[in-house]
Ligand binder design. Structure first.
Ligand code: HPA
Length: 233
């Protein structure tokens, strides 16, 4: 079985993978990453093993490079998003097939090399199969718009981007770009944890988003379990 890398949010710290794994420090040119070694896979909480790293400080390069160093071939991101569309509701899941990032990171700071960004169709199919098996309410495609954070978007920003994307988040696009640069396949399973600011009349706060994130944590644990049971060849 190919080695699989999982990158998720703080919910990872509440899963059995966190409790039952060996903690491993991986040195990379971009800093040290703490990964969880579980069966034939590695899991990273992008907010750190204490959950203290805010979105705009996540060490994306170290996380992706670290998984490459551990010989992972496939990376699955688990990312929290706000919905830009009334039909996509908090509690739903979405497997993006494309993304928008106007400030992408790169490993090739000093080298004339540009990749064509893409989400892995092979891994998306795996996630779609799992979502169907678990009978989740999910969207099998959609465009992810990335913002830098840590603040949420203004209503005017949401009004603009909703014409071009379905969900908004702060993390997935960075991981997808860097993974592609290192020839790793990447796909994401997004949990829709709120309507983006101004999509509905009710107010939006961090606390409300955290509450929804907690609700989806158990389901995400099951999805990861299915991913780790998958035979990729
Ligand atoms: N905006 C940006 N990132 C997010 C959101 C949002 O509404 N919800 C979860 N992550």
């Amino acid at each position: 079985m190919e080695k699989v890398g999982i990158i998720g949010g703080k919910f990872i710290l509440k899963t059995k993978f966190f409790r039952d794994s060996k903690k491993k420090k991986i040195k990379t040119p971009f800093g040290v990453v703490e990964a969880l070694s579980y069966k034939n896979s590695f899991l990273i909480c992008r907010h750190g093993l204490k959950g203290e790293i805010p979105p705009h400080r996540i060490n994306y390069k170290a996380n992706i490079f670290g998984l490459k160093k551990l010989k992972a071939k496939y990376i699955f991101g688990f990312n929290s998003v706000g919905s830009l569309k009334m039909k996509i509701k908090p509690g739903d899941f979405l497997i993006p097939d494309d993304f928008i990032d106007f400030d992408p990171p790169t490993f090739f700071e000093e080298k004339m090399k540009f990749i064509t960004p893409e989400i892995s169709e092979k891994l998306r199919k795996v996630l779609i199969k799992i979502a169907k098996k678990l009978k989740l309410k999910f969207w099998s495609s959609g465009v992810y718009f990335t913002t830098k954070g840590p603040r949420l978007e203004t209503k005017a920003e949401v009004n603009l981007i909703k014409n071009f994307a379905d969900v908004v988040g702060m993390t997935m696009a960075k991981e997808a770009t860097l993974a592609k640069e290192l020839d790793l396949e990447y796909a994401s399973f997004c949990s829709v944890d709120n309507f983006a600011h101004g999509i509905v009349k009710t107010s939006l706060s961090q606390e409300k988003i955290f509450k929804f994130q907690e609700r989806s944590a158990k389901i995400l644990e099951k999805v990861i379990e299915e991913v780790l049971n998958e035979d990729f060849d």
